[in-house]
Design a protein around this ligand. Structure first.
Ligand code: ATP
Ligand code: MG
Length: 276
């Protein structure tokens, strides 16, 4: 299998609003994608489609060689790992960290009285350790810091050994050290040949981990640009996606973007236009 995601002419419409409009996008095995775009661009909607949690209004969505509408989504979903704020909100406040992860094997949030396989518990334990959360596995999810929660969510998303891992703003709410640690871990994951295909949604160029291979830029439900990161993450494309002139810098696989400074000449020109 090489075709992880294939969206062809996909639109999502709610009332009179087009959340996504005629999206074409292909993700192949081994690729690591960053999805960038301003608030409301349609990133979370796109990820919900890719996670088999939303059907398109029109167009065709193929996930892991299955076509949405023709496949039992309950069989498909365990093959996809998802970390998102919406999913985190479903986790009961008193859920223990180990259970937050182990319940993913059963496609639920919230442990009831069911007995879990020892193998599942061992895997959850190993993943929590890998993400630095081993010492906290007995804690209640609600008592964790934002950064700790994010790491537990990623461990949960990896629990079913997915073929596709979708991360919606995993860096949101993290402090500088937390963000850098996350970027490092995601960069390690990106370079791991055994890791699933990755799609990471973010607003911030500083959160793009080295090793990510492709980028999709969204604005107003449409694709501004998509392709290999080196040739697509350009000042021109990013400025178009965010609707303001940006100064984009790349250094050792890391990126930064700031608004272009207005030069004194620009200011004078703007003033003369205003007073004319
Ligand atoms: N059920 C709905 N009905 C109408 N509009 C909706 C609905 N769900 C989402 N939207 C709108 O669709 C647009 C895209 O939403 P989406 O959550 O995909 O954006 P996003 O790119 O993830 O934004 P953010 O960066 O703020 O998370 C937004 O303007 C949102 O208000
Ligand atoms: Mg979103």
């Amino acid at each position: 299998m090489s075709n992880v995601l294939q969206l062809s002419g996909v639109s999502v419409v709610r009332g009179t609003k087009k959340l996504l409009d005629g999206i074409n996008w292909q993700v192949n095995e081994g690729e690591r994608w960053v999805v960038l775009g301003p608030n409301g661009a349609g990133k979370t909607t796109l990820l919900s489609l890719a996670a088999a949690r939303l059907h398109p209004t029109s167009g065709r969505v193929e996930i892991l060689d299955e076509t949405m509408g023709k496949v039992d989504v309950f069989e498909l979903r365990p093959r996809i790992g998802l970390s998102s704020a919406a999913l985190a909100n479903q986790i009961p406040e008193d859920e223990k960290v180990l259970n937050v992860v182990v319940t993913a094997a059963y496609g639920v949030t919230g442990r009831w009285l069911e007995e879990y396989e020892r193998d599942d518990e061992r895997r959850a334990f190993r993943l929590l350790n890998e993400w630095g959360m081993g010492p906290l596995l007995g804690r209640m999810f609600a008592s964790l810091s934002e950064g700790e929660r994010k790491r537990v969510q990623i461990a949960r998303a990896l629990m079913t050994d997915p073929e596709l891992l979708l991360l919606d703003e995993p860096g949101a709410g993290l402090d500088l050290a937390g963000r850098e640690e996350l970027v490092y871990k995601l960069s390690e994951l990106a370079k791991d040949d055994d890791a699933p295909a990755l799609v990471l949604v973010t607003h911030h160029l500083e959160e793009v981990p080295p090793g990510f291979t492709h980028v999709l830029l969204l604005r107003d439900g449409g694709v501004v640009a998509s392709g290999p990161i080196g040739s697509t993450l350009t000042e021109e494309n990013l400025s178009a996606a965010f609707g303001l002139p940006l100064d984009v810098r790349a250094n050792d696989g890391r990126y930064t973007a700031v608004a272009k400074a207005v030069t004194p000449q620009d200011g004078a020109a703007a003033q003369s236009v205003q007073t004319a």
